[in-house]
Design a protein. Structure first.
Length: 95
C-alpha cells in the first residue's frame, strides 16, 4: 500500500483522465484508469473543494489510511467520517 500525502498541491487540469468515485461536500476521490498501482503517479487521488490535491493512493480502499494520516497532520477534511462512510460503501460496491 503506497500513499502520498500531497496537502494542498495544485493539480494540473487533466480532468479527461479522471472520474469521480466518491463526491462528498466538495471533496472528491477520483480514479484514472490509465495508471497502475505501484507507478510514480497513483491511480486514485483525493481532491479538495479548493481543487487542490491532498493525497494519492494505489487503491480506493487505501483512502481510509489516507484520511487518518491527514487527520494526524491536522489537514483532514472536516467531514472525514462522512467521506470514510462513502469510501466504505464504494469499496463494497466495487467488489
Amino acid at each position: 500500500m503506497a500513499i502520498h500525502i500531497l496537502a494542498g498541491t495544485t493539480r494540473i487540469g487533466v480532468g479527461v483522465f479522471w472520474r469521480d468515485c466518491v463526491h462528498v461536500n466538495g471533496w472528491r476521490v477520483q480514479h484514472n484508469g490509465t495508471l497502475r498501482p505501484g507507478e510514480a503517479l497513483q491511480p486514485y487521488r483525493l481532491v479538495g473543494p479548493d481543487h487542490c490535491l491532498w493525497a494519492s493512493a494505489d487503491a480506493l480502499s487505501d483512502f481510509d489510511a489516507v484520511l487518518g494520516a491527514l487527520a494526524y497532520h491536522g489537514e483532514a477534511p472536516t467531514n472525514t467520517k462522512e467521506i470514510q462512510r462513502w469510501l466504505a460503501e464504494s469499496v463494497t460496491s466495487a467488489h
